[in-house]
Design a protein around this ligand. Structure first.
Ligand code: PEP
Ligand code: MG
Length: 573
C-alpha cells in the first residue's frame, strides 16, 4: 500500500480501479512489480498490443495508398512477432519491470541490433518499431486517451482535467472519484466534483505517473488522502468510513425542512450553486432557498447553447420554472476564459486568469452577450429570475453591462415579448479593484454576491488551480477577510443585500466569520447545505462578531487559523 496526501477538493469516500488520463508528453514510468502482480502486468501488456493491432488493422482497411498499406502491414507483422512479445515478457517475469518499462527495454535491444545490420530495409524498420512502442506505451499509461469514456466503475486519475473534458465524459455514473496531479480546491473541476457529490483529491503532483491502470485506489475526499493498492486492513477501514458517510448524509438531508438561522434567531438565506439543469433536483431536495449562483457557462459548454439560442432559452425556461416556489434563480452571465473554454470562442492566452475572461470577453462580443441577456430576460417572465455579472473590475464595465441590459429590455418591449421589468440585477465582487469601489458598485445594483474563489486568488496573487502554491491560497488570510468585511459594510450602507457564493460559503469551519461579517445569504453546493444549516443553528451573532473583530486585528493567517480553530473546538455559541 502506498499513501499520498494532497488537497481535499470534494467530500466523500470511494474505492475503485484506476483509469488513467494524461495530456503531457509521453513519459515511460519505471517501477518494479511484485511477484504476484506479474500476471496482471502481462495481461495489461497483451491488451495494449491487441488494442494497437486493432488500430493498425482498422487503418489498413481504410488505407487509400500503397505506401499506407505497406506501413500498416509491416507494423501488424511486427506486432504479431512472438519473439518481441516474449522478450518484453522476459523483462516483466525476470526483472519484475512494469510493462511500459519492459517494452522500452526490449525495444532498445531490437533497435540496437537493427542499427548494426547493413541492410537498409531492416534499418528503416527502426522507425516502425519505435512507433509501435510509443503506441503501446500510450495505451499502458493512459496517454492514448483523448476522450474519457467509462464503461465500468473507476477512479479517474489524471495529470490535469479541463472542465470541458469532464463535461464531455461519457459514462458519468461510473465515475466514483477523481484524483488529479494538478489543481486546487477552487479549480472549476473541483467545483463540479463537489457539486456532483464525487469525492476528489487534487494537487497530487506526480500521482498519475506512480499508479498503474486498473490498480485499486481508495480516495478520502474529506482528508485529501489517497491509497494505492490498499491491504485488507485499509479496505475494511474504507468500508466502515463509507457506511458512516452514508448514515451522515441521510441524517443531514433531514435538515432540509429546517429554517436556516443562528441560535439567537438571525436568518441567513442558504442558496445553491448549480452548474447544470441536473443539479436543480439536488438543490430543491437539500432545502435551498433559491439558486444563488447558476454558472451558465457550463450549460453553454455542455449543451452547445452558444451556437443555438433556442437550446439556451429552453434550458433557462426549464430552470426558472423548476425553481418556482423554491426561491428562484440567479443566472450569472457567461464567465468563460480563465480555466473554462468554449471551443472557437475564447482562445489560448499567456495569462488567462488575468485576461479575456467573463464580462471582459462578453463586452467585446456583445452579439453573444446581448443574446444571453435576452434569454435571461425571457425566462424572467416567470417572476423569480435574477441576473448578475461576473469579474467586474471597473465602474465603466458595470455601466456598459447595465446599458446593454436596458437595450435588451427595449428590444423585447418593442417586440412585445414578455419579461419581468423588475428583474433584480446584481454584480459579483471578485476582483480587489471592485471590492475597493464596492460602495459605488453597490449603489448601481439590487444585490451583491462576493465570489471569494476569485477574490482570494486576485488579492493574494495565487492561481487558484496551481498545486505548487496551494498552501498560499487561503481565504483566512487577514487581507482577504478585511476586504470582505469592507464589501459587506459598503453594501449594507447602501441598504442592499450581500452574500457570498465562493467555496468558503460551504466550509463549516469558516462559518462563524461569515456570520460575523453579517452576510445576508450564502450560496454553496447543494450537498453542503445540511451541514452548514446545522452549524449555523449552534452559533450566536454577537459571539461571531466578537470573533471576527479579534480576527481582523491579526496580521497573519496562521494566527487567524488558530483563533478560528479554538473557537470551533469550543463550539462556542
Ligand atoms: C467565485 O469566484 O467565488 C465564484 C463563485 O465564481 P467561480 O468559482 O465560478 O469563478
Ligand atoms: Mg469567480
Amino acid at each position: 500500500m502506498t499513501e499520498f496526501e494532497a488537497v481535499a477538493a470534494a467530500d466523500g469516500h470511494a474505492m475503485g480501479e484506476a483509469f488513467i488520463f494524461r495530456h503531457d508528453e509521453m513519459v515511460v514510468p519505471h517501477f518494479h512489480v511484485k511477484k504476484d502482480g506479474v500476471e496482471d502486468e502481462i495481461s495489461a501488456l497483451r491488451a495494449s498490443f491487441a488494442s494497437v493491432r486493432g488500430y493498425c488493422s482498422d487503418q489498413l482497411g481504410k488505407a487509400v495508398s500503397d505506401s499506407e498499406r505497406a506501413l500498416y502491414s509491416v507494423q501488424i507483422l511486427m506486432i504479431d512477432d512472438p519473439e518481441w512479445l516474449q522478450a518484453i515478457e522476459g523483462y516483466i517475469k525476470k526483472d519484475l519491470y512494469n510493462a511500459a518499462w519492459a517494452v522500452e527495454c526490449a525495444t532498445s535491444d531490437i533497435v540496437a541490433a537493427l542499427s548494426s545490420v547493413e541492410d537498409e530495409y531492416m534499418k528503416e524498420r527502426i522507425i516502425d518499431i519505435v512507433d509501435i512502442q510509443k503506441a503501446v506505451t500510450e495505451e499502458l499509461t493512459g496517454k492514448a486517451r483523448r476522450h474519457i469514456r467509462l464503461v465500468r466503475d473507476v477512479v479517474l486519475v489524471a495529470d490535469n482535467l479541463l472542465t470541458s473534458e469532464l463535461l464531455a465524459l461519457e459514462g458519468i455514473q461510473h465515475l466514483k472519484a477523481i484524483c488529479l496531479d494538478a489543481g486546487g480546491k477552487t479549480s472549476h473541476v473541483s467545483i463540479l466534483a463537489k457539486s456532483w457529490g464525487i469525492p476528489a483529491v487534487v494537487g497530487l503532483k506526480d500521482f498519475s505517473l506512480q499508479v498503474k491502470e486498473g490498480e485499486c485506489i481508495i480516495v478520502d475526499g474529506y482528508e485529501g488522502r489517497v491509497m494505492a493498492s490498499p491491504g485488507k486492513k485499509q479496505i475494511a477501514g474504507y468500508g466502515k468510513r463509507k457506511q458512516e458517510q452514508e448514515a451522515e448524509e441521510a441524517r443531514l438531508i433531514r435538515n432540509a425542512e429546517l429554517l436556516a438561522r443562528t441560535a439567537d434567531g438571525v436568518r441567513i438565506v442558504l442558496e445553491a450553486n448549480v452548474e447544470d439543469r441536473l443539479g436543480i433536483g439536488d438543490a430543491i431536495k437539500a432545502g435551498c432557498e433559491g439558486i444563488g449562483l447558476f454558472r451558465t457557462e457550463f450549460l453553454e459548454m455542455k449543451y452547445g447553447a452558444t451556437e443555438d439560442f433556442s437550446v439556451r432559452e429552453g434550458l433557462y425556461d426549464e430552470i426558472a420554472s423548476s425553481m418556482l416556489g423554491h426561491g428562484g434563480v440567479t443566472f450569472r452571465t457567461l464567465d468563460i476564459g480563465g480555466d473554462k473554454f468554449i471551443n472557437g470562442l475564447s482562445g489560448q492566452e499567456d495569462n488567462p486568469l488575468l485576461g479575456w475572461r467573463a464580462v471582459r470577453f462578453c463586452l467585446d462580443r456583445k452579439d453573444i452577450f446581448k443574446s444571453q441577456i435576452i434569454s435571461i430576460l425571457k425566462a424572467s417572465r416567470h417572476g423569480n429570475v435574477r441576473m448578475m455579472f461576473p469579474m467586474i473590475s471597473t465602474v465603466e464595465e458595470l455601466e456598459s453591462c447595465l446599458l446593454l441590459l436596458d437595450e435588451a429590455k427595449k428590444e423585447l418591449g418593442k417586440k412585445r415579448i414578455p419579461f419581468d421589468p423588475k428583474m433584480k440585477v446584481g454584480t459579483m465582487i471578485e476582483v480587489p479593484s471592485a471590492a475597493l469601489i464596492s460602495d459605488t458598485l453597490a449603489s448601481m445594483v439590487d444585490f451583491v454576491s462576493i465570489g471569494t474563489n476569485d477574490l482570494v486568488q486576485y488579492v493574494l496573487a495565487v492561481d487558484r488551480g496551481n498545486e505548487k502554491i496551494s498552501h498560499l491560497y487561503r481565504a483566512d488570510n487577514p487581507a482577504v477577510l478585511r476586504l470582505v468585511k469592507m464589501v459587506v459594510d459598503n453594501c449594507h450602507d447602501k441598504k442592499i443585500p450581500v452574500g457570498i457564493c465562493g467555496q468558503i460559503a460551504s466550509e463549516v469551519d469558516m462559518l462563524p466569520l461569515l456570520v460575523g461579517f453579517g452576510c445576508d445569504s450564502l450560496s454553496m453546493p447543494p450537498l453542503s447545505v445540511g451541514r452548514i444549516k446545522e452549524r449555523l443553528g449552534t452559533l450566536s451573532k454577537p459571539d461571531c462578531e466578537n470573533l471576527l473583530n479579534n480576527v481582523l486585528s491579526m496580521n497573519s493567517h496562521e494566527r487567524v487559523a488558530e483563533m478560528l480553530k479554538e473557537f470551533n473546538n469550543g463550539r462556542k455559541t
